[in-house]
Write a protein that binds this ligand. Structure first.
Ligand code: BG6
Length: 430
């Protein structure tokens, strides 16, 4: 491979710049990384136009310098020359395996060369979370425990597992969606403003959020989580089979296709504010959204009457599919009596901007070409997310679910998830 890369470099004048993209089964990641390192391909050593301190090009033997051991001072990103590596999820399957994988990665590559991809971070609406919070003066003063009652983060899918039974049996909803995508969304909602909008500063602030969330004990797992698995039901007006009847799925599978959980962030901004996170396959509707529920007014001035529907203010960040933001507030219904009903102010991407946004992967891969890691996961972030999710996996493994399947395809998940959140005096917004 080194010879091929060198040939391309000479022909296309790529100056030693290479992106390796690991889209292999995760079981091969470690070996591929080790071999790239052993072959010297993770170091930058050859270029058609070397920087002044580097040996002149004539000093590099023609015919495969990339295959030789690295020189004493490999050239770096800061010198504008780079091999980079993009790694797909899943990045490990628990804390221990993620740490081991990071170790292997770092034996071959510097962290500044590593791009752990999470396609949620490439979505326009996800990038807009920070813009919404930090480019507008009116929301940030309210963005804390004094005004926010709780937060709900939902990623609901109507699809089942499609043809991915073998993968999903090993993964489940927690590993597939929560450890990565949903904890990233949570961090963007909860983080402090970074000092600059640069990769390290942004990722430092996200890291602090995960560090402020304590891993659950086994008892907390039983109190703060609900899991589910879909049975036969309906999807798109047609009958659909249950998870256990899907291809390459065990008929006794205890893999969860639905999870709901409650996290707390133990810091000054968020102490005691629950963050409810849920995700499931074969649910009633495809929707990913973040709902910020504000506290009620301290004293209700208007008398209760049959016509009043006074709801707390809700700010909904619609990540997909109907991308936009809406704010719900109470308004007086026209007429003699004081009757209050919730109404909405809406922003829709399609109406305001029209143009179709770039696909998340387009955006992210372009960032990788440009050397911008802001929208990529850093090693410590991946480990922090696993530190939060691994105790759930362990507790669940020790107490297999008695009632699977516990929700019909096409529903909003297990009824237990509704009674569970109702114990806190809340209900799911859907
Ligand atoms: C992937 C999961 O990471 O995200 C899939 O492996 C899931 O199971 C998908 O369906 C959801 O992505 P999106 O962009 O459709 O919300």
């Amino acid at each position: 491979m080194g010879e091929l890369l060198h040939k391309i470099e000479r022909e296309r004048r790529t100056q030693g710049n290479v992106i390796f993209y690991l889209a292999t089964p995760p079981t091969l990641y470690a070996e591929v990384l080790q071999r790239l390192g052993a072959a010297g391909l993770s170091h930058t050593r050859c270029s058609l136009s070397p920087p002044s301190q580097a040996p002149p090009r004539t000093a590099i033997p023609v015919g495969g310098p990339l295959l030789r051991p690295p020189p004493t001072t490999p050239r770096t990103e800061s010198e504008g020359v780079w091999p980079r590596i993009v790694i797909e999820k899943p990045f490990g399957r628990d804390l221990q395996s993620a740490q081991a994988l990071n170790h292997v990665v770092h034996q071959a590559f510097q962290e500044e060369q590593v791009y752990r991809i999470d396609h949620y971070l490439g979505k326009e609406t996800v990038q807009n979370i920070l813009v919404f919070r930090l480019a507008n003066g009116i929301f940030e003063p309210l963005w804390n425990r004094n005004y926010i009652d709780h937060v709900q983060i939902t990623a609901a899918e109507t699809l089942g597992i499609e043809n991915r039974g073998a993968y999903y049996e090993q993964a489940g909803a927690l590993r597939d969606m929560v450890q990565n995508h949903l904890l990233q969304l949570l961090a963007l909602v909860a983080m402090e403003p970074p000092v600059t909008f640069e990769a390290e500063a942004v990722r430092d602030e996200k890291q602090k959020v995960w560090q402020a969330m304590h891993p659950m004990s086994a008892e907390e797992v039983s109190q703060c989580t609900v899991r589910g698995q879909y049975g036969a039901g309906e999807g798109g007006g047609k009958p659909t089979k249950g998870y256990r009847s899907e291809d390459k799925v065990s008929p006794n599978s205890s893999t969860e296709t639905y999870v709901a959980m409650k996290f707390f962030i133990d810091n000054w901004r968020w102490a005691d504010v629950p963050f409810y996170v849920r995700s499931g396959k074969r649910l009633a509707k495809r929707v990913t959204e973040i709902v910020i529920q504000f506290k009620r007014v301290p004293h209700m001035f208007f008398q209760h009457s049959a016509c009043n529907r006074v709801e707390p203010n809700l700010l909904m960040l619609n990540i997909q599919p109907d991308e936009g933001i809406s704010l719900t507030f109470g308004a007086k219904v026209p007429g003699q009596a004081i009757c209050i009903n919730p109404v909405q102010m809406e922003f829709r991407y399609s109406q305001s901007f029209g143009a179709q946004a770039a696909e998340p992967y387009e955006r992210l891969l372009l960032d990788c070409l440009r050397g911008d890691q802001t929208l990529y996961a850093r090693h410590d972030g991946v480990e922090a997310a696993w530190a939060l999710t691994t105790p759930l996996l362990e507790a669940w493994q020790n107490s297999p679910p008695p009632s699977f399947p516990n929700y019909p395809a096409g529903s909003w998940g297990p009824a237990e998830a509704d009674t569970w959140i109702a114990q806190d005096g809340h209900h799911w917004h859907q």
